[in-house]
Design a protein around this ligand. Sequence first.
Ligand SMILES: Nc1ncnc2c1ncn2[C@@H]1O[C@H](COP(=O)(O)OP(=O)(O)OP(=O)(O)O)[C@@H](O)[C@H]1O
Ligand SMILES: [Mg+2]
Length: 226
Amino acid sequence: MLRLKQVNKDYATPQGPLPILRDVDLELDRGSAVAVTGPSGSGKSTLLYVTGALDPPTSGEVVLDGKNPYLLNDAELSAFRNRAVGFVFQDHLLLPQCTAFENVLVPALAGHSATDAATEARAKTLLDRVGLGSRMGHKPAALSGGERQRCAIARALLFEPVLLLCDEPTGNLDHASATNVADLLFELHVEQKTILITVTHSEELASRFPVRYRLNDQRLALSCPP
Ligand SMILES: Nc1ncnc2c1ncn2[C@@H]1O[C@H](COP(=O)(O)OP(=O)(O)OP(=O)(O)O)[C@@H](O)[C@H]1O
Ligand SMILES: [Mg+2]
């Protein structure tokens, strides 16, 4: 499960601390799916970084899978993030020189020079699952926008993370590809029982989530109570 308790986040600026998140409380069980909406600049991406062990809160507590990642040392923190959290961004961030298959294996290379057969088999299964079984040898430039995003989803799920964080995952896609990527995200979320948090400006995507939060004036609040 995931718990954020009284999380505050400021960015340091030359003019002094810039408050972004105030008193954010959130508790999500395994298998829950929530959307986060809010105006541009309201701190949605910041919330994902803090939640996903990428950027520590200024104060407050983040607990994922029974651990506060920010109490770990650097090596433990990277290993924890790599295993427990999957990220999907608006831009796929695939490596242009690597094939789809190699891109999915990138998380397995952190701290290692080679991948093992079981991990490679899982990468293949995931690529099949996202409909790219016949595109494994393609580099990102030879994939469509939707295919690149599906490859990024496969990469995010390589280690069966507890938490899948998506930041505008369909923001760069046409309507048909966006629907297809969203369908896939929900299917995989159900199959793998991840905690799914998706930031989106798309009303259509947000409306598919059972629970929706809105970030406004540094506060996170339920936007349509269950
Ligand atoms: N490293 C940083 N240093 C200082 N200020 C920052 C930093 N990163 C983000 N900000 C500021 O924090 C605020 C929140 O940024 P964030 O990217 O979280 O917003 P967002 O809700 O994701 O916006 P968008 O919908 O446009 O993606 C913005 O005003 C931004 O300018
Ligand atoms: Mg953002």
